[in-house]
Design a protein around this ligand. Structure first.
Ligand code: NAD
Length: 246
């Protein structure tokens, strides 16, 4: 159980981030719900968490902006007095074939999906080191392991997250801070809803468990990695993909 722990989940107003925020709250954590866009949706998540009996706040911050990340982490610590769990979930896609990919498409995906993980991790490190404990969980992707045509920017960022996870795990281990990555396969969310039916059918053929995953199935693993039972696991990338990449 996560009773008394404080969690910060980035990009938590919908999709996988929302499922993670709710699962951590169900297990007893107080949760800071970071959002970039819709305050109303973030506030709905906050209300759901309060209905579960835990404390929650919504915090607007662009994870790619160092000043807003610093202010967000300060606000969480000032509200709850500690910061025990960071889930780097916020992410975007801007898919294009390499020869057509615009510099802006490359930069914005790397900034949000990779630099955002760096900035948020850096911002919580001092507090977690002071506490001599902490859990950092980074949402990567199986395409960061396998590669994917039309997603060079996204794949580079997600592969970078796996490397960042290993380096940070080694650096912070002496302070009892674990750092792990979760690599989802195809999970049914707004992010994947936009894909054409034909693309989805093709992907389904490559999934041994023959179905897409649910956000809740990512949240369950994140909650385990945030808890006491995973204290001897660090630097790992765990696939939750129905067997897509083995
Ligand atoms: P989603 O689009 O539903 O959610 C992403 C969230 O991140 C949104 O709430 C968005 O507002 C937020 N966000 C985007 N840019 C931000 C920024 N700069 N600062 C703060 N928040 C920002 O997508 P999802 O499917 O729930 O994806 C969540 C994570 O899981 C992402 O990192 C994604 O890459 C990863 N992932 C998803 C899948 C999948 O199949 N859905 C597969 C592998 C990995």
């Amino acid at each position: 159980m996560l009773n008394g722990k404080t969690a910060l989940v980035t990009g938590a107003s919908r999709g996988i981030g929302k499922a993670i925020a709710l699962e951590l709250a169900k297990q007893g954590a107080n949760v800071a719900v970071n959002y970039a866009g819709s305050e109303a949706k973030a506030q709905e998540v906050v209300e759901e968490i309060r209905a579960l009996g835990q404390q929650a706040i919504a915090i607007q911050a662009d994870v790619a902006n160092s000043e807003s990340v610093t202010n967000m982490v300060k606000a969480v610590i000032s509200e709850f007095g500690s910061l025990d769990i960071l889930v780097n979930n916020a992410g975007i896609t801007k898919d294009n074939l390499m020869m057509r990919m615009k510099e802006e498409e490359w930069d914005s995906v790397i900034d949000t999906n990779l630099k955002g993980v760096f900035l948020c991790t850096k911002a919580v490190t001092r507090q977690m080191m002071k506490q001599r404990k902490g859990r950092i969980i980074n949402i990567s992707s199986i395409v960061g392991v396998s590669g994917n045509p039309g997603q060079a920017n996204y794949v580079a960022a997600k592969a970078g997250v796996i490397g960042l996870t290993k380096s940070t795990a080694k650096e912070l281990s002496s302070r009892n801070i674990t750092v792990n990555a979760v690599a989802p396969g195809f999970i049914a969310t707004d992010m994947t809803e936009v894909l054409e039916d034909q693309v989805k059918e093709e992907m389904l053929k490559g999934i041994p468990l023959a179905r897409f995953g649910e956000a809740q199935e990512i949240a369950a693993l994140v909650a385990f990695l945030a808890g006491e039972g995973s204290g001897y696991i660090t630097g790992q990338t765990i696939h939750v993909d129905g067997g897509m990449v083995m």
